[in-house]
Every structure is written in C-alpha cells, then in structure tokens.
Design a protein. Structure first.
Length: 314
C-alpha cells in the first residue's frame, strides 16, 4: 500500500485515481478545475485513437480501454454505449486502429459520400462525457479516494507532502510540472445541436484543417471540429462554427434544422508520444500519464492499468 497523490481531474486523472484506489492504495486526487470544465468534457466521446503515438502502445492501451467500456456499457450510469458509425476515407485507408475491434467491416458504396474512395463501418464505444466524468468521481469516492480542489504549482508543493508517489495526469498543465516543452495545445472547437434522432456517428477526418465529425448522444449531437496546433484560444469563433455547421449539415442533412444548444473549445494535450513512465524528480517518485492528444478517453483505462503496474513495480 502506497500513499499516492494524483494531479489532474480530467478523465486520465480520475481513472488513475479510481484504479489505484481499487488496487488498495491511499489516493488523493488534486485538481485545479472541476471535471465539468476540463477538455475531457468538451470531447465528443468517440473511442478512436486520434492524434496520438506511438501506435503499438496506443493499440495496447486502446484495446484494454475498449474492453473495459464493453463492461461499463452494462452500467446505466456510466455514460457508455456502443454505437455503429462510418469512418470516411478520402485517400488510401489506414486501418491500424481497427486491430482487435470485433465489429468492423468495409462500407458499402451506397453508404459513402461523394469523393470518398472507401469507408469503414465500426461499432465502438461512444461516451457521454458529462455522465462518465460524474460516474468516475462517484466511483472514486466509493473506492475510498479523496478528490480535492487545488492548484499544484510544482512537485515540491505542500499539497504533495506525505505522498510516496506522485502521478502527473494534468493534461497540458503537466508541462509546467515536469518541464516538457514538447507538450503543446491542439485547439478543438465543437458545436452541440439538438439531436433529431440520429442512430449513427460519422467521421470524415482525413484533412486536419477540415475535420467533420458528428457524434449523437441522444439529447445532443457533438459536431466538429478543428485541430489548430499551438493555439491557446479557448473562445468559440463564430466563423469557425459556421464552417463546422456547414460541413456537418452537408454530410448529415437531418441536422439542417437542428438548433444549436451549446458550443465549446477544448485544448488537446498533444505530444510526440504519450508520456507514460516512472521517473525520479528531485528525489521524488513521479509517474507521468499525459500527452494523449485527442485520445484521452480512448486510452484512459489501459493507461491507468499501467500506472498501477508502475506503482507496484517499485
């Protein structure tokens, strides 16, 4: 049993907190902002390893998470369900992400939009992030973990006193704690429409400058998006929103009259590779778990399991 402080209260931090507490450790999660204000809440919630490396490890973490979501889909409060959808390919398909997925097939020609050379139809987890983050917080409490508000400015901060191990899972904020200049924001803007009853998700994402994704959650549909490297701007841009709506409504005409019910910007924590490792910094044992790009939810449970392993490996 170790005393562990987890820094960060998004999906990575909360999932680590929960898995460590369930493993029998004494865990305290410190987060600067509530889960509802994190980039995890802005995320569309589709299981898909977007903008994240290295592929071999990403597949391992991703499939472990996929399997855990399959279990959580049985829990009506976890915010997890499996939904079939279409991934459009404008060029040669790169299907590395489908390894290990049981329900996947090539799209039929009549399923494809104009200009597409191919498509992949898959049934994958689609997470309602508000419900899932609330579920994670409750599960942390039930497992005996503490979730506290506070800002940790350095690894020598008083809030870390008494911790045997510190887990840094603070998204973009991790850069200040471990001095990682390669961690940069990827600005993602979304707009939420009233869901007219869509049954499928849709992604046409070969062009990072004109991402199109449509993710129905029953009450609303998350429409996106953007991936602007290096931008720290968190204010929704009306012109960008108009472009997103035009692309999404052209792709799925059922959205033509769906009213806007929300808008948001999230900053993806992009890095050349996921930073998941055990370090010693200023004499302190530190485990990092950040740099998940657009795949925080997709990798959350697999990465959390490895964090537990790194703690217990000693």
């Amino acid at each position: 049993m170790a005393q562990i402080t987890v820094i960060g209260g998004g999906v990575a931090g909360l999932t680590c907190t929960l898995e460590l507490a369930r493993a029998g450790h004494i865990v305290r999660c410190v987060r600067e902002i509530p889960a509802s204000l994190t980039v995890s809440r802005v995320a569309g919630g589709l299981w898909f390893p977007y903008h994240v490396e290295p592929r071999e490890r990403v597949l391992e973490w991703g499939i472990a998470t996929f399997r855990r979501f399959a279990e959580l889909a049985e829990d009506p409060f976890a915010g997890v369900r499996f939904v079939e959808g279409l991934m459009v390919h404008r060029g040669e398909p790169d299907l590395w992400w489908t390894a290990g997925i049981p329900m996947v097939r090539p799209a039929h020609p009549e399923e494809l939009p104009d200009g597409a050379v191919a498509g992949t139809v898959a049934s994958v987890p689609l997470i309602e992030t508000g419900a899932h983050l609330a579920w994670l917080e409750r599960q942390c409490w039930l497992a005996g973990a503490e979730v506290a508000s506070g800002r940790v400015e350095s690894l020598s901060h008083a809030a870390l006193a008494g911790a045997d191990v510190v887990v840094v899972a603070a998204g973009l904020g991790s850069s200040e704690l471990v001095d990682d200049p390669e961690l940069v924001p990827g600005r993602g803007q979304v707009v939420r429409l009233l869901d007219p009853g869509l049954r499928r998700w849709y992604v046409d994402g070969d062009d990072p400058n004109a991402l199109t994704y449509i993710l129905p959650h029953g009450n609303d549909v998350v429409c996106g998006g953007t991936d602007v490297a290096g931008s720290w701007d968190t204010e929704p841009d009306p012109e960008v929103e108009a472009d997103i709506l035009a692309r999404c409504r052209a792709a799925v005409p059922e959205l033509a009259d769906a009213p806007v019910v929300g808008r948001a910007v999230g900053l993806r924590p992009n890095a050349p590779a996921v930073r998941l490792e055990r370090l010693t910094i200023a004499g302190r044992t530190v485990i990092t778990n950040y740099g998940h790009g657009g795949a925080g939810l997709t990798l959350a449970w697999g990465c959390a399991a490895e964090v537990v392993s790194l703690v217990e490996r000693g």
